[in-house]
Design a protein around this ligand. Structure first.
Ligand SMILES: Cc1cc2nc3c(=O)[nH]c(=O)nc-3n(C[C@H](O)[C@H](O)[C@H](O)COP(=O)(O)O)c2cc1C
Length: 382
């Protein structure tokens, strides 16, 4: 189906599902345990109504947003996602280019399949880096050095995955280290020849950032084994304080949901927070970040930049997040669907869909600038 026939994120989702073998689709799409958190994320946005104001000039919507002294073309970016290379060879760079071309930030995952140096080279200041702290402190220090040397200004520290989560689709499919993929799934992969050819042509995606530490001869599997020995590392507030001392740039904490944690993070000197439940992939009983947002905003005050992700599928969801107190929003799977199904053009299309819907919603509620959104436009039904 041609890209121009993709009218919303759900269309891209269906196209990605058709392109990818089940093993990979389940890894991207799945959530923890009963996947209730996944549903809760969507339900939280569906429960919010927007109260329109009319007779306002809405002819020129303005979505520009200033964050860390940089003016971004809109108020959303692409969240870090590991193993993107399984969507399509070179997916990390495609997403980074798509974000940069649209004046938006892209966060390279610490479990990404491209090196921080290569992503900084293609996306410039649009590239941020997400760190997974390694058990070996020397490795963490070297990752920080490389990020800094390559020109990364914003480091995102993810704290919501202190242990491996229980994603049962992946367990059933054998898509957990060490991978043990059964025959029926291998046969199913062959029913996705374009994907198979892409992988055969470019080779198995690797955790590129970890390659230098896994040994000179290490291939994709050996690097993955090394990565699983190092991650997850159970961090504490003391580790965060040390990291704050070590990292000279902006430090963003991703994955907090509790107001008390947010207050403590601010006291440690964190520059911004991303409220997130990892897109429903870790604690199945976690609340939606959207419902936590007003509580966290009340706790940290207006100065701390608050960002949010998990469950955003429409431009109107972005408006709802901003109205509840967010300064910026991140999308995960929507961009992944686009890049899996159509490469960089698909990722750009996902951005364009959300941007268009965002502008449409702003006009429909009678607000011209995202920076002028006021909470009196929101009606929450719980
Ligand atoms: C396939 C996949 C891999 C992910 N990998 C990471 C990761 O490596 N680091 C991280 O901080 N978050 C990771 N996340 C979470 C995203 O950064 C983001 O929080 C989440 O996708 C937002 O929810 P959404 O997909 O509903 O938009 C991952 C999400 C997905 C779907």
């Amino acid at each position: 189906m041609p890209l121009r026939r993709m009218h919303n994120i759900e269309d891209l989702r269906r196209a990605a599902r058709a392109y990818l073998p089940r093993l990979v689709w389940d890894y991207f799409e799945g959530g923890a345990e009963d996947e209730q958190c996944l549903q809760r994320n969507r339900a939280a946005y569906a429960a919010v109504e927007l109260l329109p104001n009319y007779l306002v000039d809405v002819s020129a919507p303005d979505t520009r947003t200033t964050l860390f002294g940089h003016s971004w073309r809109s108020c959303f970016g692409i969240a870090p996602m590991g193993l993107q290379g399984f969507a399509r060879a070179g997916a990390d760079a495609m997403l980074a280019r798509a974000a940069a071309a649209n004046g938006l930030p892209f966060v390279l995952s610490g479990a990404g399949t491209a090196s921080v140096e290569s992503i900084r080279a293609v996306a410039g200041e649009h590239a941020w880096f997400q760190l997974y702290v390694a058990k070996d402190k020397a490795v963490t220090r070297d990752l920080l050095r490389r990020a800094c040397d390559s020109g990364i200004e914003v480091l995102v520290l993810t704290v919501d995955a202190p242990v491996h989560s229980k994603r049962e689709r992946d367990l059933r499919n054998g898509f957990v280290p060490p991978p043990h993929i059964r025959w029926p799934l291998l046969l199913e992969m062959l029913r996705h020849p374009s994907w198979c050819l892409d992988m055969l042509r470019h080779g198995m995606p690797r955790f590129e950032n970890w390659a230098p530490y896994a040994g000179a001869e290490a291939g994709a599997q050996a690097i993955a084994d090394y990565f699983s020995q190092q991650i997850p590392f159970t961090q504490t507030w003391q580790d965060l304080a040390e990291l704050r001392q070590e990292w000279p740039g902006q430090l963003v904490l991703k994955g907090l949901l509790a107001p008390a944690d947010a207050v403590r993070a601010a006291a440690v000197g964190v520059d911004a927070l991303i409220l997130s439940n990892h897109g429903g992939r870790v604690l199945d009983s976690a609340p939606s970040p959207l419902t936590q947002l007003p509580l966290v905003r009340a706790a940290v005050g207006v100065e701390m930049p608050l960002m949010i992700d998990s469950g955003i599928r429409r431009g109107s969801d972005i408006v709802k997040a901003l109205l509840q107190g967010a300064d910026f929003v991140w999308i995960g799977r929507p961009a992944l669907y686009g890049v899996a199904a159509y490469g960089q053009a698909g990722a750009e299309h996902a951005i364009a869909i959300l941007q268009k819907e965002l502008e449409l919603t702003l006009a429909q509620i009678g607000c011209m600038r995202v920076s002028a959104l006021a909470t009196n436009n929101v009606l929450t039904l719980m």
